[in-house]
Every structure is written in C-alpha cells, then in structure tokens.
Design a protein around this ligand. Structure first.
Ligand SMILES: Cc1cc2nc3c(=O)[nH]c(=O)nc-3n(C[C@H](O)[C@H](O)[C@H](O)COP(=O)(O)O)c2cc1C
Length: 509
C-alpha cells in the first residue's frame, strides 16, 4: 500500500476528505486509503506519468462526492505516491500565470545544467508542462533519466531519431509549445543560433520555431566577455531573443568570479511567468496604495509595542492588485515575509512613518489599508534602555494615540477613488466594522474576526499570523460574508471586486 501524506493535499481536497471521513465515521487516513483502493480502480492501469498535474485536484475529492477516482482510471498506488510527493498547487502556487502553458526546455552542455533539474521541478509544481531537449554535450553533465523523470516526459536529443522524425518531429517540437527556454545557454549554442546553424536537434528546433525564445546564458566570465560572444548576444537580441541573466558571482567549475553565472531557477521561473502571463489586466493604469504588517512603536532603544500581524494578507492583496495590472505601492511595517516582486515596497516602522509614506504616495485610485497599525505609542521614547530600579517596581507606560491613517485618507483632499479599510476585531465584528465605515469615511471595510478561538486556520490558531481568513465586506449598501479562504484567495477575490467596482464607477453615467 502506498503511503498517503494527507497534509500535502490542498485545503479544499482536505476539507472534502475530512467531511467524508466524519460522515462515514472513519479517520481521514482510513477514508483516503479506501478511496484509493476502490475495487473499480485496480484493473485500470492507466499511467499518471504524463497526466497533467491538475489531476491531483480531483474534482470528486473537492466536491466530496462518493465516486472518487474511479472515473479517472488512474492506478491507485501511483496516484497515492504522486499525491504524497506533490506539493499543493492550488494552495501554494495558485494562479501562477504560466500554469497550463507548455515550455520547451533546451538544456545545453554547461556546468550549470544541474540547475535545470530544479528549474523543471519548480515549473512543474506550478502547473507548467515541460518538454525537455538535451544537446549531446548536456548528457555529459546530467542524465536524461533525471531530466525525463522530473519533466514526466520523453527527453529529445537526436535530430535523426527514426521514430520521432516519421512525422518531422523537430518541426512539431518547435511549434508545440508556448515558449522555448534555453538553460543553460552555452556560448557554443548561442553562436549557432546567432548564425543560423542547424546541425543538431537543439539548434534546428531553435531555427525552426515561431515561438519566443528565452535564453539563460551560463559560462566562464572570459567566455562571456569575449567579443565574439558579445557580438552574438547583440545579434540574438536584435533577432528578438529574450535574456535572463547571467549574474555575477563565483563560478562553479573554476573558482573564478565574474559575470557568467546562470540565473537561479526561481528567477527564471518568474521571468517565464511574466512572459506567459496572458491574464486580463483590468487595473492597468490604476495606482494603488496598500499598507501591510504591524507597526512597531518604540519604548526605548530595545523595546517596542507591536502586534501579531504577519503582513501575509496585506502582501497578498498588493500582489493580487499588481497581477491585475495596477501600479502598487506597498507600505509595510516590519514583517518576516518577502515582498511581492511586482510592487514598489516602502518599509516603515511606526504608525507615524506609515502615515507619511501613505500620504506621500497619493494621489491613488485605490487604497487598501490592511496594516494593523498600533492605536497607541509610548509618550516620549527613552533615549537609553530603561533600567529596573530596586524596590521601585515597574514603571508605568504612558501612551498617546497614533494618527488614524484610514480616517486621514477618508478626509484627505486627494482621497483615493476607492478607499478600503480593514477591521480586525475579536468581538462584535460587524458592529465595530460598521461604525468604522462611517467614522473613517471609507467605501468598504473588510472585517475579520482575529480572536484565537475564531475557529479559522490549519491548527485553528486564528487569522493573525496564519494562512487563512474569513472576512465580511461591509459597504454602504450591505454586508457580504465570504467563506473561509486562504489569504491569497481572499486577496484575489478582493482585487477582482475592486477592478469590477472601478470599472462600474468609470462607466456609470
Ligand atoms: C567541465 C566543462 C564545463 C563547461 N561549462 C561550460 C559552460 O558553463 N558554458 C559554456 O558555454 N560552455 C561550457 N563548456 C563547453 C561546452 O560544453 C562546449 O562548448 C560544448 O561543445 C557545448 O555544446 P552544446 O552547446 O551543444 O551543448 C564546458 C565544458 C566542460 C568540459
């Protein structure tokens, strides 16, 4: 029996499984095992090796229906293994712009070829189909076995392959993709493409293609700087080839340093995502300000007042707005998460700094104030660390109110067209949020219950710091209650609602 790692299933599938298990009085493991070993599955040994990764989001598991997997006809052991190996795409990599697209990856013979194995993995887990082609020299650096296993596809190498060339396979390879990626791109292969040579499968495909070509060069700095290579790069650029890297750093093979390192797999993945992003951009030309994270209000040089906000929700909203084409300024308090790449980040510590940064970013069409701004700060930050004084007991902390950033925007002469505040409450969520909507002159308040016993989150630890959220959208016309979602899903839904609202506003007569 293959082992099943339920924790690796995506949340929707997990929830469906949880409900089924509860209904049938079984543990989740037991339920999953029974599903996967349903008798009507066993005889149908259809291989998953080439199955699209979306199959892991089994519709029946998601809807909680009783007939899971049988309609698919995939081998149960293989599926179980694949489920246990897979990371959840919908949860972790939801909405990768190139998901479902086809990349033809040409691996040429450089030492950086080993990075391609990771590149293939990162693309596949984001739902990108990778078809690998290896040059003869690439076989000296990595094995086709590893490449094929990770890509879950055949590795193409031979131009004169009798089977593939019965239907002129190299032309098919050149056309049946959305993007060609050459990584690593050797000096040799680039010289061939620049000069229109076609004496092996890789160079022939590159000459025959009508698809965009992205090159990730990797070579010794002397080879990179050589006038011949630089000439070839210029030719390739003027022929329309796109480049990622190379970066500067230490060389793997020689202990030398300089420009010539292949870009890291995740950088290449990001470029591929941007190149293949064909999603509509309804917020193109719109400017958005988003605040995120907590603020830190200093008491003395080593102590501060803070809260448990992680910045996950605010950062996700900034990213989702940018994905829809908005120019986003993310004003963030101190957080331990990476800023989305597609936004302009302004880092602040205190509420007062945040207010200055937000107002400096005006005018804006959209402002989403997600940050958990501290309501109070200590009066007069001590210059030196405050010391215990024997026998005197703890000194009391005198607090003063911080500026109200949302209210400030609501009454600002450059008030954003759509002003949205967040209300993190632990009780009477709706009542407090409605009062906030009125008092701050906001258009919407996104209210969430941040109490630890809200019943939200993987370990039910609550919204703050967690990955999930359940929000209510309060507007002047009513209240919309959303189900519990990941913070990414909340962000995407909110960004879409913002886009729809701005469109309606701009087209209203
Ligand atoms: C150990 C070793 C490492 C090499 N690394 C690189 C490299 O990083 N970049 C490069 O352009 N060529 C490199 N070469 C040279 C290429 O392998 C050589 O030019 C080969 O013909 C390239 O063939 P291809 O472009 O068809 O893959 C290396 C050669 C050896 C022996």
């Amino acid at each position: 029996m293959a082992s099943i790692t339920i924790r690796n299933l995506d949340e929707t599938a997990k929830q469906a499984l949880r409900e089924r298990a509860a209904k049938n009085g079984r543990s989740m493991e037991e339920e999953a095992r029974l599903l996967l070993t349903a008798p009507n599955l066993a005889p149908r040994r259809k291989t998953l090796t080439n199955a699209p990764i979306e199959l892991l989001h089994h519709p029946n598991l998601e809807s909680g229906e009783v007939q899971p997997l049988s309609s698919m006809g995939y081998d149960s052991d293989e599926l179980a293994t694949k489920v246990s190996l897979s990371r959840s795409i919908t949860e972790e990599f939801a909405g990768f712009p190139a998901a479902g697209k086809r990349v033809l990856l040409i691996i040429s013979g450089g030492i950086a070829a080993y990075k391609c194995l990771d590149l293939i993995r990162r693309l596949r887990e984001r739902g990108v189909h990778v078809r690998p082609v290896m040059t003869k020299a690439a076989h000296e650096f990595i094995t086709p076995l590893s490449v094929g296993a990770l890509a879950a596809d055949k590795v193409y190498s031979d131009l004169f392959d009798r089977e593939d060339e019965q239907d002129v396979g190299h032309i098919r390879l050149a056309r049946e993709c959305d993007l060609m990626v050459v990584a690593p791109a050797t000096a040799d292969l680039m010289a061939k493409i620049a000069n229109g040579l076609a004496n092996d499968l890789a160079s022939t495909i590159l000459l025959a293609t009508n698809k965009p070509i992205l090159l990730a060069p990797a070579m010794n700095p002397a080879m990179w700087e050589h006038p011949a290579t630089q000439r070839n790069i210029q030719t390739l650029k003027s022929d329309g080839c796109l480049f990622v890297g190379p970066s500067a750093g230490e060389m793997a093979e020689s202990g030398e340093a300089g420009t010539g390192r292949m870009s890291e797999p995740m950088e290449i993945v990001e470029v591929i995502g941007n190149l293949l992003d064909t999603r509509p951009k309804p917020l193109l030309g719109k400017r958005a300000i988003v605040t995120s994270g907590p603020t830190h209000e200093p008491i003395d040089p080593v102590r501060y007042i803070a809260n448990r906000s992680s910045g996950k929700q605010g950062h996700a909203i900034a990213s989702a707005l940018a994905d829809l084409g908005a120019e986003v300024i993310l004003v963030s308090g101190p957080v331990n998460i990476a800023a989305p790449k597609n936004v302009e980040l302004v880092k602040v510590e205190t509420a007062r700094q945040m207010q200055i940064a937000v107002e400096a970013a005006l005018p804006a069409d959209i402002a989403v104030m997600v940050a958990a701004v501290a309501d109070w700060r200590s009066v007069g930050e001590a210059k030196e660390k405050m010391k215990k004084e024997n026998g005197k007991g703890p000194s009391s902390l005198k607090l003063t109110e911080n500026p109200d950033i949302l209210k400030g925007l609501g009454h600002h002469k450059n008030r954003p067209t759509l002003l949205i505040g967040f209300a993190a409450e632990t009780q009477n969520v709706e009542k407090h949020a409605l009062a906030k909507l009125e008092k701050k002159k906001a258009d919407w308040i996104v209210a969430n219950d941040v109490s630890v016993d809200s019943g939200i989150g993987k370990n039910k630890g609550g919204v703050m710091g967690g990955d999930r959220n359940r929000v209510k959208i309060l507007t002047k016309v009513g209240i919309e209650s959303w189900p519990e979602l990941t913070k990414t899903q909340v962000a995407k839904r909110l960004a879409q609602q913002i886009a729809d609202t701005l469109f309606t506003k701009s087209t209203a007569v």
